[in-house]
Each structure stands twice: as structure tokens, then as C-alpha cells.
Design a protein around this ligand. Structure first.
Ligand code: AVI
Length: 324
């Protein structure tokens, strides 16, 4: 399941809590132990992720913004005239603004996000800055099927999926997401997507294990969240952040490693850790232009154009829907 950077809602007990408890217990009693990266983004996690995007070592956000701004006119040419722009996991809509500023033919902007607070705040700002543009927010988990506003019936649609969030999906899940986006956007659609690229391992390792320790805090915050929401007793000083590039699987792996043999209570269960045992918390897949092209083709899209930064670290790609 992909991570979804977002602003968290105030915590109130809900059916989601049961799902969280079930997922955490299932993940910690499995072998190897794992937790879904979607749980990184409580209020503190969302704040820490914002800090990560500004770190000197974390190149993806800076590279993608500069690609979008430097090539906005060329990218906008792939958005069909009169199309609605649907952004999956819109967050602050900062990146979409590059496109909105240069693509006057967009008929509506449809930010899709799980956080209603974030959606309401950003929609207000966008309506102020683009008074002619209908902004139609949709509160939804974009990884699951959801309905587009009825107003869009019959309109051409272009998707926007920046941030290389596709990299947090397992490749088969990424393929399923691209298929679902293709079905939702229709046969005349374009998808503008940010994809992080394979590169020197030292650059990747630094991006996910920064000198200031912000990514370590982001990773460890998952244990703080489990302590708070599931009454667990993780001692954070006994776990360490590990991040490394797995060159065989083309992915950064993040783990939390237990520094000693210990028992931890979680939601009424006792979980045993061996010294050095890890909880696998995230994968961030990196693609080549060829490997991502193959994934896209297999999901019903044809790669039509690619833009990269000068160092070739990151790509923004235009995909067009294949004929049925
Ligand atoms: C949200 N996602 C694309 C980030 C990434 O680079 O995989 C999440 C992240 N994890 C650690 N640093 C950033």
C-alpha cells in the first residue's frame, strides 16, 4: 500500500482504529516484521515529511518542482483542451499550481485527498488565486475506487500524480493503480506522473538517511504513533532508523532495527524482538525510463514524453491512454 503524504485529522476512535490495530498486530507478528508506510502520516509525520522535502539530501521534491516549472508549457500541451485536471493525493496542490498557471484550457481542477481539512484549506486558496477555475475537491483514498464529481461527466480528463508516490507501491500495486486511473480517467486521458529514477546508491542512501536525522525521526514516529494510539510501550531509544538502497530490487528500504533482544506490549499482545531484528516500514522503488515504460504499457498507458532535471535524477512523464 502506498504512502500518502497528508495532513492528519484530529484523532478520534473510529473503525479506522480497528484497521490500524489489526494491521499493526498482523505486521508485527509476521516474518519479517513489517508496517505499512501509509501509517507514517499522522500530524507529526506529515510535518516531518514536509521537513524532509526541504532537506539538502532529499532531491526529489526540488527536482520535480523545477522540472514542472521549467517545462510547464510543454507538459500542458499534453492536457487535452477543456479537460479537468484530477490530482491523486493532492496535499498542498503546490505542484499543480505550476500546471494551472500555464494551462488556461483546463476546465476544472479536481484535487483528491483523504484529508478534508487540507482539501478545504487548499480549495479556498486556489479559488482566490484562480477565480475563473472551478475547483471541485474530492475527499477519498485515491488508492481505492472513488467517484468523480458528476459535473465531469462527458468532459475529457487528465490525471496528475506527482511526488513519485508510485514508488511507494509494490510494482504490481503500481500497475493496479495505473489501471484504475486509466479506467477512471477514460479512453482520451493523459496522466502526468512524477517518477524517481535509479541513480548512484550514495545519493539515494543520503536522501533517506539525512545528516540532520529528520528521516530517522519520521521513521521512529511510527512507533510513537503506535504507543499513543494502541497503548504500546515501544522504547524509542532501543530502535534505530536504517535506510539503504537494495540494488537488486531497485528500491530504498527503510527499517526500524531493535538494538537489543526485548519484548514490547502492543494492543494487549507481547511482541518479541531479537537483537538486530527489523521492522520493514517502507519501500521506495526507483525506475529507469525503460522499466517504468514497461510498467505503464502493461497498465494500459503509452509513454508519450519525458522530462528530467539536468542530472537525470527525477522524471516527469506524460502517459496517454492506449486504445481499448
Ligand atoms: C512519499 N514518498 C514518495 C516518499 C519517498 O521518497 O518514497 C516518502 C519518504 N520516505 C522517506 N523519505 C521520504
Amino acid at each position: 500500500m502506498a504512502a500518502q503524504p497528508r495532513t492528519a485529522l484530529r484523532h478520534e476512535p473510529s473503525a479506522d482504529d480497528d484497521a490500524f490495530a489489526r494491521d499493526v498486530i498482523g505486521g508485527l507478528t509476521g516474518r519479517p516484521k513489517r508496517l505499512s508506510p501509509k501509517y507514517f502520516y499522522d500530524e507529526s509525520g506529515a510535518r516531518l515529511f514536509e521537513q524532509i522535502t526541504a532537506l539538502p539530501e532529499y532531491y526529489p521534491t526540488r527536482c520535480e518542482l523545477s522540472i514542472l516549472c521549467d517545462n510547464a508549457a510543454a507538459i500542458a500541451r499534453f492536457i487535452p483542451a477543456g479537460a479537468a485536471l484530477v490530482e491523486f493525493g493532492s496535499g498542498s496542490s503546490k505542484k499543480a499550481r505550476c500546471l494551472l498557471a500555464t494551462a488556461p484550457k483546463i476546465s476544472a481542477y479536481v484535487p483528491v485527498d483523504i484529508s478534508s481539512e487540507m482539501l478545504a484549506r487548499e480549495a479556498q486558496g486556489l479559488r482566490r488565486d484562480y477565480p475563473q477555475l472551478p475547483v471541485l475537491p474530492v475527499e477519498a483514498d485515491f488508492t481505492l475506487p472513488f467517484r468523480l464529481p458528476a459535473m465531469l461527466a462527458g468532459a475529457a480528463r487528465a490525471g496528475f500524480f506527482p511526488g513519485s508516490t508510485i514508488g511507494n507501491f509494490e510494482p504490481h500495486e503500481g500497475c493496479a493503480f495505473l489501471r484504475h486511473a486509466r479506467a477512471m480517467l477514460g479512453s482520451a486521458a493523459t496522466l502526468i506522473i512524477g517518477v524517481d529514477l535509479v541513480k548512484d546508491a550514495a545519493i539515494l542512501n543520503a536522501a533517506y538517511d539525512d545528516a540532520a536525522g529528520v528521516t530517522a525521526k519520521f521513521n521512529l514516529n511510527l512507533l510513537t504513533r503506535i504507543n499513543r494510539e494502541l497503548g504500546a510501550n515501544f522504547d524509542l531509544t532501543t530502535f534505530s532508523h536504517e535506510a539503504f538502497y537494495n540494488s537488486e530490487r531497485h528500491r530504498i528500504e527503510m527499517h526500524l532495527a531493535s538494538k537489543k533482544r526485548q519484548k514490547v506490549r502492543v494492543a494487549g499482545r507481547v511482541i518479541d524482538f531479537r537483537a538486530g531484528e527489523t521492522i520493514h516500514t517502507e519501500n521506495s522503488y526507483k525506475y529507469t525510463l525503460e522499466s517504468f515504460g514497461a510498467l505503464a504499457r502493461g497498465a494500459g498507458w503509452t509513454p508519450a514524453a519525458v522530462w528530467t532535471d539536468a542530472k537525470g535524477y527525477f522524471s516527469v512523464q506524460a502517459l496517454v491512454a492506449q486504445e481499448e
